[in-house]
Design a binder for this molecule. Sequence first.
Ligand SMILES: Nc1nc(=O)c2c([nH]1)NC[C@@H]1CN(c3ccc(C(=O)N[C@@H](CCC(=O)O)C(=O)O)cc3)C=[N+]21
Ligand SMILES: [Mg+2]
Length: 289
Amino acid sequence: MSSAQLIDGKSMAQDVKRELASRIKRLESEAGVRPGLAVILVGDDPASEVYVRGKIRDCRDVGIRSEWIRLPDSNPEEDLLRQIDRLNEDPRFHGILVQLPLPRHISAERVIHRIRPEKDVDGFHPINVGKMVIGQEAFLPCTPYGIMEMLRRSGISVAGKHAVVVGRSNIVGKPVSILLQQADATVTLCHSKTRDLAAHTRRADILVVAVGKARVIGPEHVKPGAVVIDVGINRTEEGRLTGDVDFEAVRSIASHITPVPGGVGPMTRAMLLVNTVRAAERTAGIGQG
Ligand SMILES: Nc1nc(=O)c2c([nH]1)NC[C@@H]1CN(c3ccc(C(=O)N[C@@H](CCC(=O)O)C(=O)O)cc3)C=[N+]21
Ligand SMILES: [Mg+2]
């Protein structure tokens, strides 16, 4: 039986990091600027802790200054907003990331609004979302940006293809559907109320799945030769990570497929570094935009 080509996000992320090294050197030599990222974690959720530790390690690997600001779970929203105000004014930090989810007493919306759009390396601020939608230069959200970069680096053309996105979250499904459309795909956006999901997904040349539920996509959902991008990160009962796609069954049908782990996740992290370096370049007047 034939088997899909793996889209290796881990090795692509290493390539992205290598490419950033020269941009970081240029920032230093031409502008005396070292890019900086501040990461705020509220509370002690173990999964968030692991993610933030990974982001800090990524920064160290490529030479980005980073600061990890830990706040207790009970931290008042007003205090978090003041920390953001301080970082907005601190020229050492070109990017600010507030790890989500936040404790229930804190409004993610107010927090995201408070970050200066020029430092919003997550691409979550409405200014950046709006610019993205109308095709202006903006910070792109890291997962959708990473997906587009994985397609490009795999030599997969998007123009004229039928792309089907499953899931309509503000951080993945909605923005990736817009980026695919801007790359000249014909886009169908499916979600929890979609009737006959398989009838839609079976028409996809490029299928992006961002639902957050293991095995929502099986072989019956996939057209032979399709490109399958799995954004899901789910934990099995045995504690293994698994995506939203039944990987073993789908890999014999698809032409390309992303693994979990080692697919979209590492590229999401890499694009955060790209956005941070871009933010620093902008303040230094280097590069396009
Ligand atoms: N403000 C904010 N921005 C985010 O971008 C953000 C966030 N909050 N909250 C949580 C989600 C989740 N997220 C991941 C990124 C990389 C991996 C990743 O690298 N995953 C590895 C596996 C990691 C592991 O072993 O747990 C992989 O798929 O190979 C996972 C999850 C970013 N998020
Ligand atoms: Mg949904």
